[in-house]
Design a binder for this molecule. Structure first.
Ligand code: SAM
Length: 225
């Protein structure tokens, strides 16, 4: 059996616990220490790519767009967002855990072909929620994959991110035809209602976890009404 090697650990801000980065053969895993489970495995990443492909489809070929990705993880969504947007566009990625950014500058960066090296990529080290405090329309797409679904998993504070107030605040930072795309390991009809109450029209996409196979994940595509 191929052994699992611990490459690093990191404290999640706000007493969120400990993140562990491990490698088994060519596969990397980021998981929460203890019984909380896996946040991400490099072996399975088709739905992380789909998040950006679906969330940026409306800006294909458009110049000077701005996309926000929350969080970095293994960089798959960031890489797909860079691929889906024009060379004059910018992609800002918010990552809560500074070590995750460092891991991506090291061996983990190979997973998604080092998207942080792209000049169009910018990193905000901190809580993605900080970027929704402005009321200025800034983004053409916001792609959120910070938990396993619309409830706090990485840190309890993330629960606030999916509240009606927070969704409305996110809406304020979007240009009129922008898309808010949210990744989830399950479909939660109550969250669709929540988005609607926050004045979004919602489309639900079901995507497979790995090259048309494996678990079914949900991507909520929300447009401001
Ligand atoms: C499931 S992973 C993201 C996977 C990513 N889509 C990819 O393609 O690899 C979740 C990431 O979000 C980060 N994160 C969690 N809460 C966050 C927050 N409030 N703000 C910014 N990043 C956050 C985690 O540290 C982790 O790196």
């Amino acid at each position: 059996m191929i052994p699992s090697i611990l490459l690093g650990t990191a404290n999640i801000p706000n007493d969120g616990g400990v993140l562990r980065l491990t490698q088994r053969g060519n596969d990397f895993s980021i998981h929460l220490q203890g019984l909380r489970g896996e946040l991400m495995n490099s072996r399975v990443h088709s739905s992380e790519l789909a998040l950006a492909e679906l969330g940026c489809a409306h800006i294909k070929g458009r110049e000077n767009t701005k996309v926000l990705v929350g969080g970095l993880g293994m960089g798959f969504t960031l890489a797909a967002a860079l691929k889906a947007t024009s060379i004059s566009s910018q992609v800002l990625v918010a990552e809560l855990v500074p070590e995750v950014v460092e891991w991506n500058k090291g061996p983990l960066g190979e997973c998604a072909d080092k998207p942080l090296d792209d000049k169009r990529a910018e990193v905000y080290v901190g809580d993605v929620a900080d970027l929704f405090k402005t009321e200025q329309a800034t983004y053409d797409a916001v792609l959120l994959d910070v938990d396993n679904g619309p409830e706090g998993f990485t840190q309890a504070d993330n629960n606030n991110l999916y509240s009606i107030e927070s969704l409305r605040a996110i809406g304020q930072t979007l240009h009129p035809d922008a898309v808010l795309a949210i990744w989830s390991a399950w479909h939660d009809p109550k969250f669709t209602q929540q988005l609607k109450k926050a004045h979004f029209d919602v489309e639900i996409k079901t995507v497979r976890a790995h090259k048309g196979k494996g678990s079914r994940h949900t991507i909520y595509l929300a447009k401001k009404r």
